[in-house]
Design a protein around this ligand. Sequence first.
Ligand code: ARG
Length: 467
Amino acid sequence: MTENTQKPKANTLWGGRFEGGVSDIMEKINASIDFDKILYRQDIQGSIEHCKMLVETGIITNEDGQSIQDGLTQIEQEITEGNFEFSAELEDIHMNVEARLTEIIGATAGRLHTARSRNDQVATDFKLYVRDACDQADEALKALQIALINIAEENADVIMPGFTHLQSAQPVTFGHHMMAYFEMFTRDRGRFQDARKRLNECPLGAAALAGTSFPIDRHQTAKALGFDGPTANSMDSVSDRDHALEFMSAAAISAVHVSRLAEEIVTWSCAQFNFIQMSDSFTTGSSIMPQKRNPDAAELCRGKSGRIIGSLNSLLITMKGLALTFSKDMQEDKEATFDAVETYSLIIAAMTGMVEDMKVNPEQMRKATDLGFITATDLADWVVRVLGLPFRQAHHITGSLVAMAEKKGGDLDGLTLEEMQTIEPLITDDVFNVLSVDKSVASRVSFGGTAPSEVLKQVESAKKRIG
Ligand code: ARG
C-alpha cells in the first residue's frame, strides 16, 4: 500500500501559496517525468529559442540570456550522457530542467519562464515531437514502398489466384498484389504529410491561455523552431491536441494496412498455401514441434496494430469532454502517443524486413490456380464478346459449364467442345484460347489491371512517385 504521508515542503516552482507539500499519492498521480523525459531535447530547444527572443525584445538582459542558454546547453548534455537525476517531485520534464537550471545558474533561471507557461511549453514540445514522428513515418514508409516495388518488379509475371471472400476469383499476378499495398502506403504517407503541414504552427507565447502582456515576438520563436508561423489563437494553442490525434489516426489507418498484409503473410506461409517462405530472421521455431516455422513477426504486426488503434481511441476519449483550455487530463496524451509512435515505427520496420527477405514460390502459386474454376469470368466474357450474348446470359451458361466440370472432376479446360456444346451449341474451339490462366492474366490490360505489362507500368510510375 502506498503511504499517504504529507510532504513537509511546498513545491519550490509553484508552491508560493501553499503551506504543505503534496501526498505521495498526489505525487504519483501527478508526475509525468517517467515518460515525458523523452521530450528533453524539444523542451530545451524551445527554451533556448524563447530565451533568445526574450533577449532580443529587451525583456531580459543579454547577460542573463547568455547564462540561461549556457545552463540549458549543459543540461542537455547531462541528460544525453545519462548524468541527470530526474525527480518525480518535480513532476515533469519542464520543471526538472528548470530546477536544474536554478542549481547551475541560481535565481536568474527564474527569468526564463517570463511570458511563458508550462501550457504553451508542453504544447510546443509535443508538436515538435509529433512533427519528427511524421517525418520518420514518411521515411520508414518510403523504405517499405521500395521493398514492395522491388518484389513486385521481380514477380510481375508470377501468376497466383486472386481472391474475393477468400474464394478463388480470377488469376492475378503476385506483382500486382504487392503493388496494391504500395498504393495503400502512398495514401498513408499523404496522411502523415498532411498532418505535418497542419500541425506546423507554433503555440509558444500563448502562455497559460490568454497570451501575455510582455512585448514578445512569437513570429521569431516560431521561425527559429521551424514552424510556418505562430498559432492564431492562444486559447486554442494550449488546448489543442489535434496533432497527436492526426498522427495517431494516420498511424492507425496505416497499421490496418500493415495488419492486412501481415494476415496474408501468415496465410501464404502456411504449409497448405506455401506461396511464400519467410526468412529465418522473421520467424521462430516451436519448443515442442520441431518442424514449425512460425510467422511471429507478421503476427505481432497484426497484433500491435490493435494497440495503435487503442492509443488513438484513448486520446480521443480523453479529449472529448474537456472544456477549454488546458486540463491535466491532457497529460494523458503522452503515453498513448509515445507508444503509438514507437509501435508504429517497429511494425513498419518489421514489415519492411519481411518483404525484403520473403521468398516467393511461383510454382505453388500457379498450382493453386488449378482450383476453383478461376477462368470462369474469362469464359463468360468470351461468350459475350464472340457470341454476342448479354452478360447475364453468358454468366448463366458459364455457371452450367462450371457445374458440368465439377461433376466431371476437372477444370473448365478439361471439358470437350462437344460437352460444352450440350449447354450452348454456338460455342466453338476458339473458347480454349481464353481458358488458360496465362491468357487470362495477359488479357487484363486495362489501366491498373493485372497483366504483367500493366504491373510493370505501375512499377515504373511508382518509382517516380515515391519521391
Ligand atoms: N506535465 C504537463 C503535461 O504533460 C505539463 C503542463 C502542466 N500545466 C499545468 N498547468 N499544470 O501536460
